[in-house]
Design a protein around this ligand. Structure first.
Ligand code: HEC
Length: 217
């Protein structure tokens, strides 16, 4: 009699424990599958989509014919263009690394800095791989660097029809967002941070045709 009662109690406990184990196992496999790396409970992190593009080939720059062009730091070239009122056509002047006067234009000298890969450092993405023309959906910071109109329309644009934050600082280069993001900027997203100080020395424009006037003593 006493034994039977003992058996009954132990039996009940055993059935209860097995039931609990099966229940927990069931809930776990339903939500996590047969893997211990249960990700379902984690919050979804919202990130700016970074496109998966393969690295652009390095030799692009080397094969160009740079004879007769001026050598200038990339950030200095952008600065001269912005200071000159960022003209779309016509020339603007800048000084090369030795201080000699040079002249360039948007299409040949400024645009490549935004649309070409490998310009800012070896293996760098082009700016337009993140700052695409599709400001409403894919473009990082809702900034379109692919066209002249896009650059002037600025960043944080809700749609293609509206302008946003001026990235050219109203012509005041060192106050501009473009300066801050191209001149060495630690903790910036990839594409910005790696730029050393004034950026790489690039070949652009040509020596000014205006003769340098030497003052007569
Ligand atoms: C790998 C993607 C990527 C590349 C390449 C990239 N950017 Fe950006 N850029 C971003 C992201 C993301 C932000 C917004 C985050 C932030 O403000 O720190 C941003 C912000 C900016 C801003 C500031 C906009 C604002 O309103 O704050 C400027 C200006 C800018 N980028 C210019 C450039 C230029 C010029 C290049 C090329 C030399 C470039 N970016 C390359 C991803 C990129």
């Amino acid at each position: 009699m006493k034994n039977d009662l003992q058996k009954f109690i132990y039996g009940t406990i055993l059935v209860f424990v097995i039931g609990v184990v099966i229940f927990i196992g069931y809930v776990f496999t339903v939500s996590c599958g047969f893997s211990l790396a249960c990700n379902q409970g984690k919050q979804i992190v919202e990130r700016t989509p970074v496109p998966t593009i393969s690295h652009a080939p390095i030799p692009a720059l080397v094969s160009q014919d740079n004879s007769g062009k001026c050598e200038v730091p990339a950030v200095g070239l952008l600065g001269a263009w912005v200071t000159a009122g960022s003209p779309e056509s016509g020339v603007f002047t800048f000084n090369d690394v030795d201080g000699n006067p040079c002249e360039g234009n948007y299409a040949d000298d400024v645009r490549p800095l935004f649309v070409e890969a490998n310009v800012w450092y070896p293996g760098s993405y082009s700016c337009v791989s993140c700052h695409t023309a599709d400001v409403a959906k894919t473009s990082a910071a809702k900034l379109d660097l692919s066209s002249y109109q896009g650059i002037l329309a600025g960043s944080q644009r809700e749609s293609a029809e509206v302008s946003g934050t001026d990235i050219l600082g109203g012509g005041n280069w060192e106050k501009s967002l473009l300066y801050q993001f191209t001149y060495s900027r630690p903790f910036a997203p990839p594409g910005h941070g790696e730029t050393p100080s004034t950026g790489p020395i690039v070949f652009a424009g040509k020596a000014s045709s205006t003769p340098v006037v030497t003052p007569t003593p």
